[in-house]
Structure formats: structure tokens, C-alpha cells
Design a protein around this ligand. Sequence first.
Ligand code: UGA
Length: 427
Amino acid sequence: MRLTIIGTGYVGLVAAVCFAKLGHLVTAVDREPIIQDLRAHKLAIWEPNLQEMLETCLHEDRLSFDTDVVHAAKDADALMIAVGTPTGENGRSDLSQVDNVISQLKLADVICPPFIIMKSTVPVGTCDELEADLHAAGLHTEIVFNPEFLRQGSAINDFMNPDRIVIGCRSHLAKAALQQLYRGIPAPIQVCDRRSAELIKYASNAFLAMKISFANMIADLCEGYGADNRQVMQGVGADRRIGSHFLQAGIGYGGSCFSKDLQSLLSSGKAIGRTLPLLEATAQINEERIPQLVEKLISLWGNPRGKRLAVLGISFKPHTNDMRDAPFLTLLRLCYLYGIEVQTYDPVVQLNTFDNVSQMETAYEAAAGAHAMIIMTEWPQFAELDWVSMVGGMSQPILLDGRNVLSDEVVSRLMAVDNVIYIPVGR
Ligand code: UGA
């Protein structure tokens, strides 16, 4: 198939290289400077295998770039929209980027592709509205909602080996076209109406976020009663009806999806007079994680002003350089407020300058002279560091493990060192 994808962010670019790999001819569209970089094989995002796959697809002429939506849409069998839908006013999704694509198609005097595949996460009812709008403008195309469930850091693998493919559509023709598009991907396909498909995306993310907040809530209980939350979650997750994934307690979830999608779902509820208390609690538990952690630190330090805090890993999760809604940003704001200096180390993120942050070349440099250290992201290499020598270089050996990175063996070696305070957050 000839597929045009609008938007080359995480979802759009990963989809572009993966569909090209599946044998389709893909044109990816974005703004001039972004396309210029992509043509020069320069990626703004760091994602395992993406660079290599991009180069192969370009080399084999299965992927090309364009900056003109209408030009790229003209001869396509399907147009895919994968632009951002960030949080707008009152938690509602800001659909301006989607609307912009639709307006360009409406204004152009060309035949629109028979299908527009919506990959962007949009509130329930959006596809119905957009399609009605296109029909009113004389463009008889069908909008299909086809959500994406990829995780950053394992996006290519998630795309090629998903648990399910969801197709929200009206016609058999659309269903057949999408089945052809995904031929070669070994996953069950669920075909349903568009509104249900739109809700599947939000409900999935909300459920995952809820599992994490649940684990964090129980972790607080464990701390109070001297139980081990890892053991508790292992026992809970072993029940196949519950499942062991997304029960890692710690500093809470970050990233551009969970918070945004929860807010959007809450706002969809509000629009029809429904409160969604489970989701409100999920968001609230998450928002409290970092402030609680800072309080803990301050209670150990007494006066926080002038203290130096080392932070390992600052993106919202490992294997990505994405800083959107990273818990580190909340931590940084609080540190600024309390006059705490921050020294960071991250394997891939290059931070812009902040007043109270120094970015170091190694974890050891970040630890040197610090009055406490927080592990915020579970990069596998952090577990391999020489922790005893690292705490030896600190002014005050307080270690908060926000992602349960350190093994019991490393912890027992650390505990043999004088004065070390080890706090496994969420354990
Ligand atoms: C999430 C979903 O997992 C994807 O299925 C979805 O497609 C994507 O959002 C999206 O809507 O685009 P992502 O945000 O990339 O993917 O990352 P996750 O692996 O879900 O992690 C999100 C956050 O939760 C991270 O900060 C992670 O550290 C945290 N987390 C995850 C926990 O605190 N505990 C866990 O047990 C799991």
C-alpha cells in the first residue's frame, strides 16, 4: 500500500519505518526543519534500533519525506494522522494539530485518500465529528481509529509484536484495508466501532496508570507496617487475573501519555456529567510521590538550603531521552524552591541549562560531594556501578532508590559501609 503518515514524532516515525519494513511505500510528512534533519538521518528522539531501521528504509527507497500534507496525500491509498494531542485547557485534549491537517485537506482541491487512519489519541467521538466535517466539505473519506500501544524505549518491538491491533471503523472496505496494512504482524485484530476504539486507547492507559498508583499506595502501607512491597506485589501479580506487569512501585509514572490521557478521560467524563473517582485518585497518588520523597529527604537533612542532591537518570524512563512529564522535573522545581543544588547524570539526555543543575559526565562525578543521591530511572548499567566507592565520594551517604534498581547483594554491601542510609522508595 502507499501510505502517507502525517507527523514524525514517536508514533509517526516508528509507524513509518515499521510499515516500510512490512513492505509498504511510506511517505512521512512534517515541518521543514524536522524533515531536513530526517533527510540527513538526524533523529530528535533516541529509541533503540530506530536509527538503523530508518537508514535501511531510506536506502531501500521504501520511505520518503515530504513537507506538504496535500501533495503527500494525493496519491496515497491511506493517510495516517500521527500528530500530537497534548493537554489543553481544563485537561481537554488540544486537537489543533489534528484540525490543522483536516483543514488542509478540506481546502485543497484534490481527491482525498479513501481512508484516513487516526493514530493520534483523540477523545471519544472525535472521529465521528471529523468525518462529518469532511463529508460536509464534499470529501467522502472514512476515518478509521487505530490506536497505538507502543512504549517508548521498546517502540519498534511493541509495534512489530503487539498484544492486539484495534481497528475502529464503519465499513468492510476499511477493515480489509487495515488488515492488509498490518499483514505480517502476528497479533489478534479486534474490529469495533470507532467510539469504542477511541475509549480502548484511553481506558488501557488509565488502567496501567491505576495499577502503578495502586502499587504505590500499597507501598506506603508496607512502609508503615514494615512489609516488603516487592514481595506483596509479586504475590498479588502472580494471580493471572491481575498480572505482574505495571506493579513496580517507586517515584510514580511520568511520560507524555499517562497523565495526559487521564486528564483527557476525566474531562470527557465531566462533559457528560460523570466523575471518575478511581482516575482522580490515580492521578492524585502519582502527584504526591515526588513531594513525599522530598519531605523524606528534608526530614533527614533538617535544613535543605545549600545541600547537594545527585540524581541518576532524568528522563521519564530508561532507553529514551524523552523528558516530557518526567518526575525529575517535579523534583527539580521543589529543589529550586528549597535551595537544593542538583547534580545529574543521564546516559542520553542533554539538558538545557537550569539555574540549580549541573550535568555530569559520569554517575561517579554526580555523586561526588553530594548530600544524597536519588536513582530516578532504571537504566540497566546503574545496577553495575561500584556503589560502595560511589557512596564513599559523597558528603552524606544517603541513597534513595526510586526504581528498585539495586540488588539485595549490593544493598547488603552498602549497609556494611559506615553511616549509609539506604531508602528503597516503594519497596
Ligand atoms: C505508555 C503505555 O505503556 C503504552 O502502551 C502506550 O502506547 C503509551 O503510553 C502511549 O499512550 O503512547 P510509555 O509512556 O512509553 O507507554 O511508557 P511506560 O512503559 O508505560 O511507562 C510510563 C511510566 O510509568 C514510566 O515513568 C515508568 O517508569 C512508569 N512505571 C511503569 C512505573 O512507575 N511502574 C511500573 O510498574 C511500570
